[in-house]
Design a protein around this ligand. Structure first.
Ligand SMILES: [Fe+2]
Ligand SMILES: [Fe+2]
Length: 234
């Protein structure tokens, strides 16, 4: 099981564990502008207890992984992983994204003049929506059918297709993760300004829900399903 280590960059840790941003915030570690620093550097700079902080991060990581895996039986086949564990995340993403996108437009119209960062937030949300819409379609119409084809009729040709498609899919996961990181930084950890309304609140709340679901979703794909193909041979 992968662990969080002190020599990792702060940004890298937040990408592994979204909750790390909350933990860092509590001990005043700035991971947004200072995300390129290592955890060790940040600990030294703030004079923190390394052992306590690393333990706290790893405990949270453990819970995150267990929740993401949702007690997946190790005997679950690739097809079962896709149909029963990954597809519910696709359904959720398709449902919440248009809602967030519309809300981002609404708060931009109402509050954009006073909060110029909403222009960037709106654009980031729309980019995320377009990217993820295509990403899900690609998985559902190209990658997953190829994995299912390989499961019922393994051949070198299909395995090659699966592996190539996995590499492309993982790159797209990184792109989505980068947009979410940017959103987290520009919203100052989703802090709603004092003059923000309920819609503002709801927009930030839904983006955070999408973020946490997407991290679980990507974990299931990258670290569980795709890992199985790293060593696969026909
Ligand atoms: Fe997916
Ligand atoms: Fe994906």
């Amino acid at each position: 099981m992968k662990q969080i280590e002190q020599n990792q960059k702060l940004g890298e840790i937040v990408a592994m564990l979204p909750k790390a941003s909350e933990i860092f915030k509590n001990v005043q570690i700035d991971f947004c502008c200072g995300g390129h620093r290592t955890l060790e550097e940040a600990i030294l700079e703030k004079g923190l207890n390394a052992e306590v902080l690393v333990k706290q991060l790893n405990e949270a990581y453990q819970i995150f992984i267990e929740r993401a895996e949702g007690n997946i039986p190790s005997a679950a086949t690739d097809v079962e992983l896709i149909d029963f564990y990954i597809m519910p995340h696709h359904v959720f993403t398709k449902q919440i994204l248009p809602e967030i996108s519309e809300l981002a437009g609404t708060i931009l119209r109402v509050h954009g003049a006073n909060h110029r960062e909403l222009f960037t937030i709106h654009k980031l949300v729309r980019n995320l929506e377009a990217d993820l819409e295509q990403h899900l379609i690609k998985e559902e119409t190209i990658l997953f059918p190829a994995i299912k084809e390989y499961a019922s009729n393994p051949s070198e040709k299909t395995l090659k297709q699966v592996k190539e498609q996995i590499a492309e899919t993982e790159d797209e996961h990184d792109t989505a993760g980068a947009i979410l990181k940017e959103l987290r930084a520009i919203t100052d950890e989703y802090s709603v300004p004092e003059d923000g309304c309920e819609t503002y609140d709801l927009t930030f709340e839904l983006i955070q829900r999408l973020e946490s679901d997407l991290f679980e979703h990507i974990h299931l794909e990258n670290n569980i399903l795709f890992k199985r193909f790293e060593t696969a041979v026909v």
